[in-house]
Every structure is written in C-alpha cells, then in structure tokens.
Design a protein around this ligand. Structure first.
Ligand code: SR1
Ligand code: MG
Length: 401
C-alpha cells in the first residue's frame, strides 16, 4: 500500500521511497535500492536505484536547520524552491551544464533530479591531481550565460524585479554575509584555525585598510542586484567527467554582484593550487590551475560580450564605452571576492579539504599563512590588477616555493 507523504518531515530511506512511488518514475518502485549519500553542510540527499533497469535518480531535501551545526541554526525550507527554480532557469540557457530537474515539491522542500553519479566532485578530483581540460570553457560559459540572461541587460525591468523578489534568499545570504564577509575578519566564535596560525590571523584582524575594503565588498554583496547568482560556486558544487561539467546546488541563489560567482570559483582553484605546494611535482599542476583561471575569464568575457552584442533590449548596450567599463567592474569585484573566499576557507567555519588534508602540519600552517597573505593582498590591490596578467602574476608570486 502507498503511504501518503504530503506534510513536511525529513525523509528517511523508507519515506523517500514512498514519496517516489507517487511520481510514477520507475517501473519497479517497490524494489528500489535507497541510500542517503549527502555529505554537504545543509541537506539530505538520497540516491534511488532501480536494479532491474539500472536507472537512478536523486532526491534532495532541505532540512529546517544547518546540518553542519545542528538544530540551533534554523534555516528556511524555501531554499529548496530557490534551488529547483534556479536550476530550471539555468536549464534554459545551459541545459548541458546543470542537472535535469524531474520534479519539485515545495511542501516537502525537495527536488527530484537526474543522478550524476558517473561524475565526480571537482574538489576531490583536483586534490587527486586530476586535470579537466574542458572545465574552464564550461564554467566560463555557465557564468556568462546564467548571469547575463538574468541581468537588466537582458530582461524587461518588470520581469527582473519580479525575479529579484522571488529569489530573495535572506537565510542563505545571511550565511554568506556572516561566514564569508564578517566573522573571519573579527575574533568571532565561529572561526576555526590552529593556534599556530593566530599571529597571522591577528594581522588580518588588525589591518584597517583590509577591513575597509572587505566592508565595501560586503555592502556590494548586500546591495548590488546585478544578476541571479549561483551564490556558492565552489569546487564542491561542480561535478565533472572528462567530457561533461555539471553545476549543482544553487540553493544560495539570489540577485547579487556578477563578480561573486567568478570570485568563488577562482578562489577555490587558487586554494587547490596553494595546497600543491605541499607536493614535490607541483609545477605542472600549478600551470594547469592558473590556465584554468585564465581560460575561465577569457571564455566568460567572450560569451558575455557576444550576448551583449546580440541583445537589443537595453539601449545603452549600443554605447561602446559601457561594456569595457562593466567588464572591468566585474573583474575588480571578482578579485576582491576571490580574496574574501580564500580567507574564509582558511580560518572561518567552513574549510576546504584541499588545505586541511595537507598531511605535514608545519607545511599546512605555512601554506595557510600564504593563503591569508594572498587573500588580503588581492582584496587590497584589486583596483590595480587591471588585467589577467596582473592577477596571475600576483598568484604566481604567492605560489613561488
Ligand atoms: C553553514 S553552511 C557553510 C558553508 O557551506 C555552504 O556550501 C556555503 O559555502 C556555506 O558558507
Ligand atoms: Mg552546497
């Protein structure tokens, strides 16, 4: 007998199976192999496999609190709706780069989607020294397409403002406002770093020039509703195979500054590059990673320019001086956001395995010190790093062993 599942409660492997029976997706719904496979900070993720056909799907469900901290940190379930609606919007422009949504249930705060288990998580792949030559083109195109098409350059102002309302995402934005832009820059209890790093961390906290710039970046994040961001575009939100790239998890989506998605992606590539200083044969890895950053930006700028030139909707896109100015703004913002993400992933609440799994503790501390110095430098000097070459030179400087 099918049990009716229509009121929110966190799924178990049993109830998620009952729920999926109601959707007529499988031919043999009584015989599914169901596992909870979520390893993220916030949600439950179930994989359901039909052994007879080898077909499988994913059911992702939001919990009413942050799993990484516990029930003391409540979170709105609306993020499940935000995630599935933004996946649907992204699928219109980059269907090959996002998972296919099969069903959404707002009441149960869940999204049923394509299973990507033939893909691997990019972060783990980069830690294992694997290189994905198509990654930069894919991510550059993903960012340009999803952001241009949800900006005022492409949308009627009424449509844009309606979307801004729909994607107002206060709880998840607050996480970023606190964990990316605030707590790591002050002596706050959510921070997490070894005592050996404290002298360098204290330099961050006492650097007024740095705090001024981070404050400016935070207010940009709070106020500049330029386009519908992914909002959490780190290397754990990207699945890869040799040929395919899929961007998952846009639950942090909201209208913010375009440079934010680029900055988070750059920062997580740089964090991986820093971690390679711990291995002897790191030169090849470092040039591949820097090339990934370069190719991502070049693809982004080309795609964004193409879309700009094709659009006739906003009269100012015909005024030649505006595109270079806007691209420079995105670039400068991206470098600042890169710096904030590097710092928060080194000393804030949510770390990255790239740095934390460096086995030799002394080396780990030395690399984390470099991460803090590079992050601070990028934030403070972002308006002087006019070109890709300036930026990569700065990163190369920090990576010199
Ligand atoms: C409490 S959530 C911590 C982090 O995990 C998410 O993926 C975001 O990056 C967030 O900052
Ligand atoms: Mg996530």
């Amino acid at each position: 007998m099918i049990q009716v599942v229509n009121q929110y409660a966190p799924f178990t492997t049993h109830t998620v199976g009952e729920f999926v029976k109601t959707l007529s997706i499988f031919d043999h719904p009584n015989n599914l192999i169901i596992k909870e496979i979520g390893d993220g900070n916030l949600n439950l993720v179930f994989q359901l496999v039909e052994p007879e056909t080898n077909r499988s799907i994913i059911v992702k469900q939001a919990l009413p609190y942050a799993k990484v901290v516990g029930e003391s940190w409540p979170l709105s379930l609306n993020r499940a709706k935000i995630e599935s609606e933004s996946l649907r919007i992204h699928a219109k422009v980059v269907p090959d780069l996002v998972p296919r949504v099969l069903h959404t249930d707002h009441e149960l705060a869940c999204t049923v989607m394509e299973d990507l288990s033939e893909h691997n998580i990019l972060r783990t792949e980069l830690i294992s020294n694997r290189h994905y030559p198509l990654l930069a083109e894919h991510i550059g195109r993903y960012i340009a397409q999803t952001l241009f098409t949800t900006s005022d350059f492409a949308l009627h102002p009424f449509v844009k403002k309606e979307l801004v309302q729909k994607f107002t995402n206060p709880d998840l934005c607050k996480i970023t406002e606190d964990l990316v832009f605030t707590d790591p820059f002050f002596d706050h209890p959510t921070n997490d770093f070894p005592i050996e790093l404290r002298p360098t961390v204290e330099k961050v906290w006492s650097d007024e020039t740095l705090l001024t710039e981070v404050g400016i970046l935070k207010f940009q994040f709070l106020t500049q509703a330029e386009a519908l961001l992914h909002g959490d575009l780190h290397t754990g939100s990207i699945f890869v195979t040799e040929q395919s790239t899929k961007v998952i998890d846009p639950e942090f989506a909201f209208f913010g500054p375009i440079g934010f998605d680029l900055g988070q992606f750059f920062a997580n590539i740089i964090l991986n590059a820093l971690s390679k200083l711990a291995i002897t044969e790191h030169q090849v890895r470092l040039s591949e990673l820097l090339r990934t950053i370069e190719r991502t930006w070049i693809t982004f700028a080309q795609e964004f320019t193409k879309l700009w030139e094709e659009t006739n909707h906003e009269i100012y896109t015909n005024i030649p001086g505006i595109l270079p100015r806007f691209l420079l703004k995105i670039w400068t913002d991206a470098i600042g956001f890169t710096g904030c993400e590097i710092i928060r992933r080194t000393i804030g609440l949510a770390h990255v395995a790239d740095l934390d799994t460096i086995e030799d503790f002394h080396t780990q501390i030395k690399i984390k010190e470099r991460a803090l110095q590079l992050g601070s430098d990028l934030i403070k000097s972002r308006t002087h790093l006019y070109s890709l070459a300036h930026f990569t030179q700065r990163i190369k400087g920090a990576l010199r062993s």
